[in-house]
Ligand binder design. Structure first.
Ligand code: ATP
Ligand code: MG
Length: 137
């Protein structure tokens, strides 16, 4: 059984589609093992996206991720990491396949509704970044 980290980003929280996005996961065999709503500050968002520090969009990304509350989840299930990435769709919603979360709920490459860990190693680190052991059930 795999675990992966999912974030419902500020644009999707503002639109009021938390429930619709969680339904995509639950309807596709992923279980919510942990969940919280929170507001990131620039330090925490900057640390989370540290891998993108040298990219030209880093500043905008941090600004966007701190622009409103997010919902952070641990999803659990068979091949949870890759299954979540499939359900999310491509980073740019214009390129995201029909029926994916980003195709249906995202507006642009920065306001793209969700984050999902992109490897099992990153998933383990990202889960630890947001949740204590006791919070993942
Ligand atoms: P995420 O890490 O959020 O799950 P991803 O793995 O599909 O998305 P990454 O390449 O890791 O995409 O980029 C992280 C985030 O940075 C993207 O989700 C997007 O919000 C933003 N981003 C990526 N590329 C660009 C870009 N060219 N312009 C603006 N923002 C971008
Ligand atoms: Mg990524």
């Amino acid at each position: 059984m795999e675990q992966t980290l999912s974030i419902i980003k500020p644009d999707a929280v503002k639109k009021g589609v938390i429930g619709k996005i969680v339904d995509r996961f639950e309807s596709n065999g992923l279980r919510v093992a942990a969940m919280k709503k929170m507001q990131l500050d620039a330090n925490k968002a900057g640390e989370f996206y540290a891998v993108h520090k040298e990219r030209p969009f880093y500043g905008e990304l941090v600004q966007f991720m701190t622009s409103g509350p997010i919902v952070v989840m641990v999803l659990e299930g068979e091949e949870a990491m890759s299954k979540n990435r499939d359900l999310m769709g491509a980073t740019n919603p214009k390129e995201a396949a029909k029926g994916t979360i980003r195709a249906d709920f995202a507006d642009s490459i920065d306001a793209n509704a969700v984050h999902g860990s992109d490897s099992l190693e990153n998933a383990a680190n990202e889960i630890k970044f947001f949740f204590s052991k006791e919070e993942v059930i």
